[in-house]
Design a protein around this ligand. Sequence first.
Ligand code: NAD
Length: 358
Amino acid sequence: MKKQFKITVLPGDGIGPEIMESAIEVLKVISKKYNITFEFQEGLIGGAAIDETGEPLPDETLKKAKESDAVLLAAVGGEKWDNLPTDKRPEKGLLKIRKELDLFANIRPGKAYTALLDASPLKENLIKGVDLMVIRELTGGIYFGEPRGIEERGGEKVGFNTMIYYEHEIARIARLAFELSRNRRKKVTSVDKANVLEVSAVWREVVNRVHADFQDVELEHMYVDNAAMQLVRRPKDFDIIVTGNLFGDILSDEAGALTGSLGMLPSASIGERYALYEPVHGSAPDIAGQGIANPIAMILSAAMMLEITCKLPEAARDIENAIEKVLEEGYRTGDIWSPKTKKVGTKEMTEQIIKHIL
Ligand code: NAD
């Protein structure tokens, strides 16, 4: 088993450096507990990179990322860079690194923490026990399909896009979904619109074919309109949802909203060779530099790295359990605070989590 990992660390802007510090501290503790070594190398991205090099993703950062086992990214962006031309803005650095690393799958877990059930827009009996994961295809589908454009037809303007999937694009994401399900409840829901779209008919056929290698995993197919409804009616029944780019874009936000705060949502983007882990939220410039940001989404992103890249699911579970306990003990950063709980800053929240990992 691999014991040494080179990690490129990209703190970015706003609260990025503060929450990244928390994730690194947690990883150092895990490193001791499991006797593995992390070699961290820091790089510039986003506004911080623009200030220093004029580019949102300098070549040097990309080179470091490509030489490492995984990339940990915090967040980019802020008012200071909002007026730059689109291709020079911090967010361009994000899009470019995802593209350059050919990250074809985006993974977003949605877990309801018992202590935070009241933060969900759903009734407690619906949300309690929810633990699901949306795997969205990220580099194909309608967002990239050709032909696309806007033109004149019959004297009026039309806009058009193409929803297209090649078999290999479907097969690799289906395989990832089935593989990840083996660490979970062994249930995959593949979401499409096969009653209307040919692209979905191919999607379904390929998912079924890949499933033949994973007979221990339960597979169900669901139309996207039904999936959107069932996600709010009976979210507990889902384990892994795998779907294309457009449907995944929508369903992953819906799933994220079920469980409450943005400060709690991690993500992973996976390719054939590279993997990048980052919180779902942005750089939160409104609270940057105050030491009050919620580090949990960033720490959970590091936990996903431990599970997927480092193949250490037990270390990931340690972190998740520690977070659950800290929340049960009533510790809260401002974004998830409610009366009768203890308000803490980024550092204290991190220390409390570490206490439970040791
Ligand atoms: P945001 O996610 O940064 O913030 C939205 C709200 O949630 C803010 O009130 C913020 O204080 C709060 N929040 C977010 N994360 C938090 C945390 N960890 N702890 C406590 N509170 C938290 O979204 P926004 O305000 O729309 O965007 C701010 C900047 O971030 C913009 O420049 C935007 O382009 C950028 N952005 C970056 C990413 C990314 O890096 N992946 C994603 C979204 C937005």
